[in-house]
Design a protein around this ligand. Sequence first.
Ligand SMILES: NC(=O)c1ccc[n+]([C@@H]2O[C@H](COP(=O)([O-])OP(=O)(O)OC[C@H]3O[C@@H](n4cnc5c(N)ncnc54)[C@H](O)[C@@H]3O)[C@@H](O)[C@H]2O)c1
Ligand SMILES: O=P(O)(O)OC[C@H](O)CO
Length: 233
Amino acid sequence: MLQGLSMEKLGGLKLISEEIKDILKIEVSVLMGANLAPEVANDNFCEATIGCKRKAQDGALLKKLFHTENFRINVVEDAHTVELCGALKNVVACAAGFTDGLGYGDNTKAAVIRLGLMEMRKFVDVYYSGSNLQTFFESCGIADLITTCYGGRNRKVCEAFVKSGKTLEEVEKELLNGQSAQGPPTAKEVYLMNKKSGKDDQFPVFTAVHLICAGEMKPAQLVDCLRNHPEHL
Ligand SMILES: NC(=O)c1ccc[n+]([C@@H]2O[C@H](COP(=O)([O-])OP(=O)(O)OC[C@H]3O[C@@H](n4cnc5c(N)ncnc54)[C@H](O)[C@@H]3O)[C@@H](O)[C@H]2O)c1
Ligand SMILES: O=P(O)(O)OC[C@H](O)CO
């Protein structure tokens, strides 16, 4: 089980599903959604999205495998978008954690979520064109973004990073009991890809998250990135 991106040797991005497909020579589908693990384990009601390449052929079986009374599945034929939503929302959740740590309230977090969603959509458009806008309204999109920005580990460690002044590694160790947050490494991969394409300025939230995690930008400067976001021009 994983969400994230893989860096290719020459600096390009590769989806984890593509990596698995290349190694195992099998068709790979992805399951993503607003699914904080403790709540799923508690059998609380939630939704999830399966992204596959051949819905007519595989959709019914994939749904049957996971769909229950309390784990409701939608299958969409837009696997790249589903997978990228799962990876990129962790970066946005880091930004939400930074603003929480700085003491901003829910209005600021809503702005982070909205601007972050616009960057997620743009990123998919730029690097994996042909996505379906509707996919961002599935559980893997806006719903996972909301739950992760409020209840996830990425948010939690990034809030503590700002409040404590400790390193990310230190707060991860203290708060996550051996688990790790995927947002910071994903932000780095996204940053390197955008930098290579000369597009880092088009993704101010993604870029700021990496620079803050890398100690190259002060967390407080994130709000300037929100204030001057291209979505406001
Ligand atoms: N926990 C949740 O609520 C939740 C919900 C939905 C999705 N996810 C996603 O599921 C994935 C796993 O989450 P988790 O909660 O099980 O995390 P976790 O930290 O408990 O487990 C991650 C595991 O991956 C291993 N790992 C890390 N980097 C590796 C590498 N390069 N090669 C091989 N193994 C490596 C770690 O040793 C660890 O055992 C993450 O991508 C997370 O974003 C988690
Ligand atoms: O705890 P996080 O921040 O890794 O987020 C968990 C999930 O991705 C929510 O679906």
